[in-house]
Structure formats: C-alpha cells, structure tokens
Design a protein around this ligand. Structure first.
Ligand code: FAQ
Length: 334
C-alpha cells in the first residue's frame, strides 16, 4: 500500500530495466558520462526512465514531508508564549509550505502533475518523512524540532544542493538557507529556556529532547545495508552521502550542541570513539521506523486526515481560480 505512487511498474521491474535499443544504450552511455563529469541534468535533457522515476519518488516524498511537516508545529501557533515566538513560528511554518511548493514544482518538471502527487499522498500510496508522525506535546517541542529535526534536514539537504538534477538542486539552495534559520531559532529558543528558564521549563526541554532524539536520527533512512535505493541514487549523484554517513555527521554535531544547551541525549551508549574520531551510539529501533513508515506511527492517521480535509475544504478556491482563468481567457479571446 505504501509504495511510491508514481511507479507505474512494480519495484523489481523498476530496478531491472527492460531490453533497450542501441540508440537508447548510446543515450544512456552519454548520460552516464555527463553524470561522471559532474554535469547537471536539466528537465529537457535525455534521462533514463529509472532516473526520472527515482527523482519523482524522492522529490515528491520530500515535498509531502514539507507540507505534512507544517502540521505538528502549526498546532502550537495559537499557544506560542510571546508575540516574538509566535511571529517566528508563523514564519517558519509558512516557509515549510513554500518549500513544498518549490519541490512540487521541481517534480512537475519531470512530467508528473501536482494532482497526481496529491492523489498519491491523500490515498496513502506516497510516503512522507517518518518524523512528522510524532505528536508535539509541549512548547519545548517547537525548539526541539527546530534544533534536531531541522538540523537533521539540513545535514541531509545541503548535499542535495549539488545533486545531479538541476531543478531539484536549485530548489534546495533556497530551502537550505531557510532551514538554517529554522535550526538556529530552535536552538536559540531551547538555549533561552535552559539558561533563563525555571526548573520546570528546563525539565520540559529535556523531556522533548528525550522524545525527539531517536525519531530524528531515524530521519536519515534505514541503515545502508537495508537501503534499496542508495547505491543507484549515489551512482547518479542524487545522493552524495549514504544514510549512515549523514546520520553519523548529525550525531557528532548534535553531541557538541547538546553540551552547549546543557541537555542529555537519551542514549547511554553515546560515547566518543578516539579511533574513529566520531561518536559511537546505541542501536536504533528499526522496527519502530518500519512501523511508522508503514502507516502505524502515533499520528499517521491524524496527519493524513488533516491533509485530506485541507484539500477538500480548499476545493472552492481551486474551482473559483479555474472559473476566473476560464473567464479571463474568454475575455482575451473576444
Ligand atoms: N521517512 O532506500 P532508502 C524536513 C523510505 S523534510 C519515511 O534509503 P532513499 C523539513 C524510502 O522512501 C524531511 N520514509 O530510500 C522540515 C524508501 O521507500 P520507497 C524529508 C523513509 O530515498 C523540518 C525506503 O524507506 N527530507 O524535515 C524514510 O534512497 C521541520 C528505503 O529507504 C527528505 O525527503 C523516512 N525518514 O533515502 C519540515 C530529503 N527514510 O520510496 C517541517 C530528501 C527512508 O522506496 C518541520 N530525501 N524512507 O517506497 C532523501 O534524502 C532520501 O529520500 C532519504 C531516503 C534519505 C529520506
């Protein structure tokens, strides 16, 4: 049920291209040369069908994550503690909506319509990031999402600014600038609570970090040896680093930041490894990850229902815009 909607073929077929003509093989050889030379591929350039489908899968999933990601934080806009925090949160949630739009537009350049992508999301055939299926229980969750979730997003997304598909890479440059502000505002909100807050506020921060830490490091995807798409995506320069490489970089950065904040990361096995010049960390609960992406996380049903309701409630806006465009075109023609 939760396979990618834009695959018209089954997964095995997707991974094993059908017999190809000599012309197509030549085009593919030229395409691979361009990838090897680090060239960017534009929408109108020839590309293998599997490359196109992989990009539609990843970019649409990414777009869905941005707009579903508006929901856990949107939940706190009316309860922000000060006008300043409310303005920041409003701007952040609005930015996420904008990121979704850039990404849907990038995916559309590959020949998939926005309606198809929304349909895949609303019918539960498309994925979005596992992280947005967890609840936001306190105000400290807002700072923690900024620090950890946006922090993980940046770690994963900065390399995509150099990915081989130019429209995706261009969209990511702007997105990463905004994500960087998101991460900093989250860190700053937590630092304020940890340095100026009451003991209850400090405990609230620690509780939020305890709940978001493991889901945040799951965001990078399954371990490399269980990641069916990684090898091909890295060969094509869509992914520049593997899931585990990015996860490790994120853990290393977060450990230092946690010290500045004065919070404890909820992993007793987290320890500096001198030989690896990196932190070792405990086992991730992959059963939880697979359950969440299969639709069984704490908030999957709620999130999907909210998106479907927004789509249904917005029908009159789409109809009015279409009627206006039709009227305008008729006037122009007359
Ligand atoms: N959640 O073979 P791989 C954000 C799926 S945006 C759900 O390793 P791949 C901004 C994967 O799709 C966050 N599903 O896959 C924000 C595949 O299934 P499929 C989103 C996941 O594509 C912040 C299967 O598992 N970021 O946070 C997840 O090579 C705050 C096997 O996995 C992006 O989308 C997961 N965590 O690598 C907004 C970045 N991980 O499709 C609001 C772009 C894996 O074959 C507030 N995407 N799966 O049925 C990527 O970099 C990659 O797609 C990965 C997965 C790394 C996510």
């Amino acid at each position: 049920m939760y396979t990618q909607a834009m695959d018209t073929m089954g997964k095995d077929e997707m991974r094993q291209p059908a017999v190809r003509s000599a012309d197509e093989l030549q085009l593919e050889a030229r395409f691979n040369e361009r990838i090897d030379a680090g060239e960017f591929i534009e929408a109108k350039d020839w590309m293998p069908e599997h490359y196109r489908k992989t990009l539609v899968r990843q970019i649409s999933q990414h777009a869905h994550s941005e707009i579903v990601g508006m929901l856990p934080e949107g939940n706190w806009i009316s309860r922000a503690p000060t006008l300043k925090r409310k303005a920041i949160l409003l701007a952040k949630v609005q930015d996420e909506g904008g990121h979704g739009l850039y990404l849907y537009a990038a995916a559309e350049t590959l020949g998939t319509s926005r309606d198809q992508m929304f349909d895949a999301l609303h019918t539960g055939r498309a994925k979005y990031s596992s992280i947005f299926n967890y609840p936001t229980l306190s105000w400290a969750d807002m700072g923690t999402i900024g620090w950890l979730v946006d922090g993980a997003a940046i770690m994963n997304q900065v390399p995509i600014c150099r990915c081989s598909y130019a429209p995706y890479a261009r969209a990511m440059i702007r997105i990463c600038r905004e994500e960087s502000f998101h991460q900093r505002q989250g860190f700053e909100a937590l630092l304020t609570m940890m340095t100026k807050g009451t003991p209850a506020q400090k405990a609230m921060v620690q509780d939020a970090v305890n709940r978001w830490w493991w889901p945040s490091i799951m965001m990078f995807g399954p371990p490399d040896d269980q990641s069916p798409n990684s090898a091909q995506s890295m060969r094509w320069g869509i992914k520049k680093f593997s899931n585990d490489e990015l996860r490790q970089k994120f853990v290393d950065a977060a450990v230092d930041q946690a010290k500045v904040l004065g919070v404890t990361l909820p992993d007793p096995e987290l320890k500096w490894n001198e030989a690896r010049q990196s932190n070792d960390f405990g086992a991730i609960d992959w059963a939880e990850f697979w359950a969440v992406i299969a639709g069984d996380g704490p908030c999957n049903k709620e999130r999907l229902a909210a998106r479907v309701k927004a789509w249904d409630d917005g029908a009159w806006v789409r109809e009015a815009a279409t009627a206006h465009a039709r009227k305008h075109a008729m006037k122009e023609a007359a």
